[in-house]
Each structure stands twice: as structure tokens, then as C-alpha cells.
Ligand binder design. Structure first.
Ligand code: PMP
Length: 429
């Protein structure tokens, strides 16, 4: 407890807002165990936050209040409930704009399903029109599949070429290589802000400058950045910036695409249908104002309201405090895991360009076996390629185990992880 007192966040108080963290689970899962406590089980240690975070009661309550008090479709009805729902949904866009420093406000904030859909939106709506043979799309070797696969496919459709900025042995981008690759043929640079496998914080504003010097655009994948540190899209000078609500205490089913207003105005819609039009005839249609032009059909109303509540919660904690807490926990985890000779840690050493997640491999033990033994200890971590298969090929491992931390995690939980890893080592020794 004493160790907690000097920390940037009051973790004990935060944990009270997350009833799920009290769950006691056994290692076996059947349809009958869903949502039930196992009296003989152990209290869950949730260290899979880079995959998705838990939700505070205030987020659950905001969604529940929408459904119980003002559920209606937005923008369609003049009736009372529809107006309330519309206001709440629109204000959620403003809240996101403020949170990430978008001065164009709601017009620059498009709600999507997730980061993946935001990537696809830009790749299709911008890429299909703007790219052709001779154009280059510059990615990095540490891109998530949501970016890598999407741009690969758009390149195949348009005849453009994908080039990859090398990742060095230290887990950082080779910036000399970036300078070589980003040239007159570059049309788009798409870069992950914080790597979900290596934890590297990439110099996205330097990359934005390099892209803009060549009249190229930059798309930044902020899925792991926005949840964990203050982000200002205008300070970065990102043309597009995307993230997912579910990784920052919000519900699933909502993501955000920020785009500079003039770019979103110039782009054609991605999906067509209701809500995104102004006038339709049998021959043609015209498009609604931003951001609705990019939100076809009934949008993610409950999810947008839930995301608004999640941002309220994070704002109350203070994103600087969130960042500091996560880095302290991750550094502690890194140091403790580093004590084992047979554990390999990936990504840069703890420091200013390293975020709060730790991917590791245990000699001669497959990551899935590691995760399964963790599960016997009720420690939830992720094992696999974390949607970065080419990066894993480069690292020379088929899979890694990954522990990732958030505002409610404690040092004691890191100790539980380390004890469980020690067990795994002994079991396979
Ligand atoms: N980019 C990064 C860096 C991620 O970590 C993730 C989620 N693992 C994504 C993109 C995709 O997010 P989503 O699945 O919510 O679309």
C-alpha cells in the first residue's frame, strides 16, 4: 500500500470503479462459467489491456442511462427523445475533438467501428482515388495488420507500391532509412504511434514533417497511444489519426477517425446509404456535411455516449498521470522480467520512447503454453503474433507473450505475473 501512495494515480480508489476486477475465476471455461464467480477460484489479474481495457461503472451507467431514459434514433426525428439522443451523440464528437486537440471540432471527428475501419475508410475513400502506379505508400515493419493488410490490398488495387521503414535491433524505427524511403514518389505514410508489440513510441511528428516535405500525407495509428498519453493531433500535424474506444475504457464498436477538415471535404464517402446524404434523386445523390458524410446508416449512438463517459473518466484522472502510472508499472514489470536469464524482452529499454506494455518470450516454451499457465494463476495476458506477423518473422519468433497495463493495475499484480512465469519456467525446466 505504501508503494501506491507516492504514485500518480490513486489505484485503490480507481479499482473500486471496476467491479469486474473482483471476479474470482478458475482455469476452466464452459458456457456455465460465463460471468459467474468460482468460490474456489482466484481473483483475476487483468494484464491484457492492449487488447481491450475494462470499463468503469460510469461508462456502463452512461450506456444504460441512454437505453433506459432517452433511447431513440438520431437526426431522424423531431420528437423529444430523438432530439436528446442527437444532442448527446453530437456532443460526444465535440468531446473527442477536445480530447485530441482537433480545433475543427466535430467536423473533423468521424465515428467508425474501430481503428481498423478508420484505416479502411481512408484507404478506400482517399486511396482508391488518389493512388496509382508509381505512387508509394510508406509503412513500417512494426505496423499492425489493420494498417499493413489494408494498404497492401489498396496497393494491389491501384498499382501503388508499399515500402517498409526498417525496425532496428533496438526495437526503434531506423530513421535514416525513413529519410531514404520518404521521397518524391511517396503519397502516403502510415505509421503506428505506439507499437502494440514492441511498446516503441515512434517520432510521429518528425515523420509528419518528412511526409509533408514531399507533399505526402500521414496517417497515424493511435490505437495504443490515445489510451496511454496526452495526444495532440495538431501538434503532431497528422493528416489522419485513428483510435479505438474500447482500448480507453469505452465500449466496443466505436472508433475514431480524425481527419483535417479540407481533406475530409475533398474525399468521397466510404460507405453509402442513409444519413450520409443531403438530396437523393433516381439518378444521383449529394453528400451530407462533415462528419455525417462518413457515418452511413444508423450510427453507434450508445457507443458514442459510452466513449464520451470514458473520456470524462480519463480527463478526471489526467492523461499525464495515466501516462506516468503506466510507465512506472511497465518499467517495474520490465525490470522484474529482466531478472530471468531465459526470458527475452522485446522493444526498446525503458525510457522516453517506450510505452507501457511488455512482450516477452520464454526460452523453449511456446507463448501459448506460457499464457495457459498464466491462466491457471488467473493472470490474463495475450499470446500470439498480436496482429504483427511480419514483425514476428523479423524478430525470429512465431509468437510472444504480452503483458499490458492500465490505470487499475498494481505492482502486486506484476508480482503475480512474475510468480506465474517462474512457475512456467520450473514446469518446463
Ligand atoms: N493498431 C494497433 C496498434 C492496435 O494495437 C490495434 C488493436 N490491437 C489496432 C490497430 C486495431 O484496433 P481494432 O481491433 O480496435 O480495430
Amino acid at each position: 500500500m505504501e508503494a501506491q501512495e507516492s504514485q500518480p494515480l490513486d489505484v485503490a480508489a480507481i479499482r473500486e470503479d471496476f467491479p469486474i476486477l473482483e471476479r474470482r475465476v478458475g482455469s476452466e471455461v464452459t458456457p456455465g462459467t460465463i460471468g459467474k464467480d468460482d468460490p474456489d477460484g482466484q481473483q483475476i489479474v487483468y494484464l491484457d489491456n492492449a487488447a481491450t481495457t475494462q470499463k468503469p461503472q460510469s461508462v456502463v451507467d452512461a450506456i444504460s442511462e441512454y437505453y433506459t431514459r432517452y433511447n431513440a434514433n438520431v437526426h431522424r426525428g423531431l420528437h423529444h427523445l430523438s432530439q436528446e439522443a442527437s444532442i448527446a451523440y453530437e456532443l460526444a464528437h465535440d468531446r473527442v475533438a477536445e480530447f485530441i486537440g482537433a480545433s475543427g471540432e466535430r467536423e473533423e471527428i468521424v465515428f467508425t467501428s474501430n481503428t481498423t475501419e478508420a484505416e479502411n475508410l481512408v484507404a478506400y475513400a482517399w486511396g482508391l482515388d488518389e493512388l496509382g502506379p508509381g505512387d508509394e505508400i510508406v509503412l513500417s515493419e512494426m505496423e499492425h495488420h489493420s494498417s499493413l493488410v489494408t494498404w497492401q490490398q489498396i496497393a494491389k488495387k491501384t498499382g501503388a507500391t508499399v515500402r517498409y521503414i526498417r525496425v532496428g535491433g533496438d526495437g526503434r524505427l531506423d530513421m535514416e532509412h525513413a529519410k531514404e524511403l520518404i521521397g518524391p514518389d511517396t503519397a502516403m505514410v502510415s505509421i503506428v504511434h505506439v507499437s502494440n508489440t514492441l511498446g516503441t513510441i515512434n517520432p510521429v511528428s518528425t515523420l509528419a514533417d518528412l511526409a509533408h516535405e514531399q507533399d505526402a500525407l500521414i496517417f497515424v495509428d493511435g490505437a495504443q497511444a490515445v489510451p496511454t498519453r496526452p495526444v495532440d493531433v495538431e501538434a503532431i500535424d497528422a493528416d489522419f489519426y485513428a483510435f479505438s474506444g474500447h482500448k480507453l475504457l469505452g465500449p466496443t464498436g466505436i472508433g475514431v477517425l480524425y481527419g483535417k477538415k479540407h481533406l475530409l471535404e475533398e474525399m468521397d464517402p466510404f460507405l453509402f446509404g442513409g444519413e450520409m446524404i443531403t438530396k437523393v434523386t433516381f439518378e444521383d445523390a449529394t453528400w451530407n456535411d462533415l462528419p455525417w458524410k462518413f457515418e452511413a446508416g444508423t450510427p453507434r449512438i450508445a457507443q458514442g455516449i459510452g466513449l464520451d463517459a470514458a473520456i470524462d473518466y480519463l480527463d478526471d484522472l489526467g492523461m499525464e498521470n495515466v501516462r506516468e502510472h503506466e510507465e512506472l508499472i511497465a518499467e517495474y514489470a520490465y525490470d522484474r522480467l529482466d531478472e530471468f536469464d531465459d526470458v527475452t524482452l522485446f522493444g526498446p529499454d525503458p525510457g522516453p520512447d517506450r510505452a507501457g506494455l511488455v512482450a516477452f518470450a520464454l526460452d523453449d516454451v511456446h507463448a501459448h503454453d506460457v499464457a495457459s499457465i498464466m491462466n491457471d494463476h488467473a493472470v490474463a495476458i495475450r499470446a500470439g503474433h498480436h496482429c504483427t506477423q511480419p514483425l514476428h518473422q523479423k524478430l525470429g519468433v512465431p509468437a510472444t507473450a504480452r503483458a499490458s497495463f492500465y490505470v487499475y493495475n498494481t505492482r502486486e499484480e506484476v508480482d503475480a505475473l512474475v510468480d506465474a512465469i517462474d512457475d512456467a519456467r520450473q514446469l518446463f525446466a
